[in-house]
Design a protein around this ligand. Structure first.
Ligand code: ASP
Length: 400
């Protein structure tokens, strides 16, 4: 059976088994074992993420050969990221204003969850941290933005040095190949990992999650669905001249890994594997667009933050002007760029959006309860957006 089909089966089985476990209140040991297997799978993915980002970005930049080409791909990638993220936020705002999930919600206490911990840093400090004092500790701590910047610069230097830097360049080319092989092997376990993760999450959450905050969940999900099945496929069709359905099939293992892990970073190895091998996106485009996209391009997260902000305003009975909503477009787009590609990151950066329009941060407690499910969905859209970006940029680069 092809890996895509195996994973599809794993998703279906994971959902069904999870629901059954929840319904029959299965003993905690079963959840424990499933959760453990899932964690093992996530650890394996995370293990390859940092070396893969470094090697693929350096190799990506080197293989472009000229700074002109780099400028072209950089510009196209950035345009794609910003445009699609802003479109996502606007869709989110339209949906939440239409559905008005927060109007009429009165029983705060019933839905309030635990507030996430915020680490509020001035913007100057955040920028300082982009430059690591010690690149090795940045690698150890998985600080993606410093790692990305460092790798891009090293790639540029190796390109400029030409033959002098060749031994090191070759080293990264080899490292990249080794990491991709490792991903191949880990992928053999993906069906088991996806099944274990999904069944343990569903066993824990059950149906109840959809009942509380139902309208809010519906608002987020309809926005995400609209973006994923209409807007992004249209972009793929018109700007990469590809069949969205065929590409969806190519990327399915990555999307289900995103759904079950709720982390774009952990999914990155699978995303790269699918885009290159199945989706036939060139190595240079995939190696450049995907690692950057995993951390910077989060359509789902941006949309989610906008919907959540307006929902919170509605619950508190605070009216938002058109100007406020424009500020939400801007801050949700920016804060999704700043959000780490790990579970629940969007929940934390949402504080930026709320603060910008003067909404109470305590409002976040209202949406914490359903965050996990929505995180899974928005991460899937984040990865779908990255994947389409890789195909679009690849096609546009090929035209030149
Ligand atoms: N979990 C998301 C991701 O990794 C980020 C978020 O929390 O929205 O893409």
């Amino acid at each position: 059976m092809k890996i895509q089909n195996q994973i599809l089966l794993a998703v279906v089985l994971g959902l069904v088994v999870g629901l059954l476990l929840n319904l029959f209140q299965a003993p905690a040991e079963i959840h424990g074992v499933l959760g453990w297997i899932g964690k093992l799978f996530i650890r394996m993915l995370k293990m390859v993420t940092v070396p893969l980002i470094v090697a693929s970005l350096i190799v990506g930049v080197i293989s472009l050969k000229t700074t002109d080409k780099l400028k072209a791909i950089g510009l196209k990638t950035l345009c794609y990221y910003l445009a699609t993220t802003a479109i996502a936020v606007v869709i989110g705002l339209a949906v939440v204003n239409l559905i008005q999930p927060g109007v009429g919600v009165e029983n705060f206490a019933e839905i309030e969850g635990e507030m996430p911990v915020f680490e509020r840093k001035p913007i100057g400090d955040m920028i300082l941290e982009f430059v690591p004092v010690n690149i090795f500790s940045a690698l150890v701590d998985m600080q993606f933005i410093p790692i990305i910047l460092f790798s891009l610069v090293i790639g540029l230097i190796l390109t400029a040095l030409k033959t002098k830097g060749k031994p090191i360049a070759d080293l990264f080319v080899a490292l990249n190949a080794v990491m991709l092989k490792l991903v191949d092997w880990i992928m053999l376990l993906a069906p088991i990992g996806v099944f274990a993760l999904l069944s343990s999450i569903v066993a824990k959450l059950g149906f109840s999650i959809f009942v509380t905050l139902g309208k809010y969940v519906i608002a987020v999900l309809s926005g995400l669905t609209l973006h994923a099945v209409v807007i992004l496929p249209l972009i793929l069709f018109f700007f990469a001249k590809r069949s969205p359905l065929a590409y969806l099939k190519n990327m399915f293992p990555a999307l289900s890994t995103a759904f079950s892990t709720a982390s774009s970073a952990a999914t990155l190895p699978v995303t790269m594997e699918c885009a290159e091998k199945e989706g036939k996106v060139s190595k240079e485009s995939a190696g450049f667009v995907l690692p950057l996209g995993a951390t910077m391009n989060m359509d789902g997260t941006a949309m989610y933050e906008a919907v959540a902000a307006v929902f919170i305003a509605q619950v508190y009975g605070i009216a938002l002007t058109f100007g406020d909503q424009m500020i939400i477009v801007l801050t949700a787009t920016l804060s999704s760029i700043g959000a780490a590609a790990v579970p629940s990151a969007g929940l934390v950066t949402m504080a930026i959006v709320l603060k910008a329009v003067g909404l109470p941060l305590e409002g976040i407690a209202l949406v914490v309860g359903v965050d996990r499910v929505l995180d899974m969905c928005r991460t899937t859209i984040n990865v779908w957006g990255d994947s389409i970006g890789a195909a679009v940029v690849d096609f546009q680069m090929g035209k030149k």
